[in-house]
Design a protein around this ligand. Structure first.
Ligand SMILES: [Zn+2]
Length: 295
């Protein structure tokens, strides 16, 4: 699979959030999302495919060994990654839909601030990437990264685990002094530069920002790279009430998403709080933009 060819064929729409959907379906708070039953995940994948997603994301965001160890599931790492990828494969089977093997942060911090050495990050991500590939992932998607070292380790591990495309995403918030920064202080310039030098196939950003704030980030990315760009905003600004997180609906969401794609974004999807209705609208806007480009 060549990601640029897929984009030219109009394959541009990712899926939306998994966590939000699991919570709607009653996943207990504090439980390990990656152990959600296969039939529940099948129904979530199918809802996104039915809404128009052309790429579905495996339920493996927190399935790295250090994260699973918090639930006493470290020894099941390979098994959980492989099985959850097989579930996504089953949902995609017979449809024109690709499976993106998802990798999120480990929760560990690089030395000397934390206790993890670069080799440990690479080892952890290699274990996960090999199991995702074995389960049948068509591509890798690395998400919500805040640290340059951790992102570099994840890209390197994916590149050596399988010859499939690698999408690299960091997560940014608005910085007090203007512009955007990750929690570890990485700027979009530094992020894109690292993604390119590590030979990622797509430069991306996900989570934290609302679609409105992500328009400006997308414009910055576009000025920095010729590689395809993926943007996956949250549904909006989160609001916590009674211990639960809500995302207030965005005013003029159709116009905001149209602006996001018009910033030069080839690929788009949704992160926290987004649902199949959001993906249905996003797919419509992506298809419209593809048609306009052909004219
Ligand atoms: Zn998110």
């Amino acid at each position: 699979m060549n990601i640029s060819e897929m984009i030219h064929k109009g394959m541009r729409c990712f899926d939306g959030g998994t966590g939000t959907m699991l919570m709607k379906l009653g996943l207990e708070i504090g439980g390990c999302p990656e152990t959600a039953p296969a039939d529940v995940m099948l129904s979530i994948h199918n809802a996104y495919i039915e809404a128009g997603a052309q790429y579905i994301t495996t339920n493996t965001f927190g399935a790295s060994r250090p994260k699973l160890a918090k639930y006493d599931l470290a020894e099941k790492t390979a098994d959980i990654n492989k099985r959850n990828t097989e579930t996504a494969r089953r949902a995609a089977s017979g449809k024109n839909v690709f499976v993106a093997g998802d990798i999120g942060p480990t929760g560990e911090i690089i030395e000397p601030y934390g206790s993890f050495a670069m080799e440990q990050f690479i080892e952890v991500f290699t274990e996960q990437a090999l199991a995702l590939a074995e389960g049948g992932a068509d591509l890798f998607i690395i998400e919500t990264m805040a640290s340059k070292e951790e992102l570099a380790a994840a890209i390197e591990a994916c590149k050596s685990a399988a010859s499939i495309p690698v999408i690299a995403c960091m997560t940014f918030d608005r910085a007090a002094q203007g512009g955007f920064k990750t929690m570890m202080g990485v700027t979009p310039e530094e992020a894109v530069s690292l993604m390119q030098s590590s030979h990622a196939d797509v430069c991306g950003a996900n989570c934290t920002l609302s679609p409105t704030d992500m328009v400006e980030l997308a414009q910055q990315y576009r000025a920095l790279t010729k590689l395809p760009i993926l943007m996956q905003p949250n549904a909006g600004k989160p609001r916590i009430s009674n211990g639960k997180t809500f995302y207030d609906p965005i005013q003029n969401i159709e116009k905001v998403l149209t602006d996001l794609i018009a910033a030069g974004v080839e690929l788009a999807g949704g992160c926290c709080g987004t649902d199949p209705e959001y993906i249905r609208l996003l797919r419509k806007i992506l298809d419209r933009s593809s048609r306009e480009k052909l004219q």
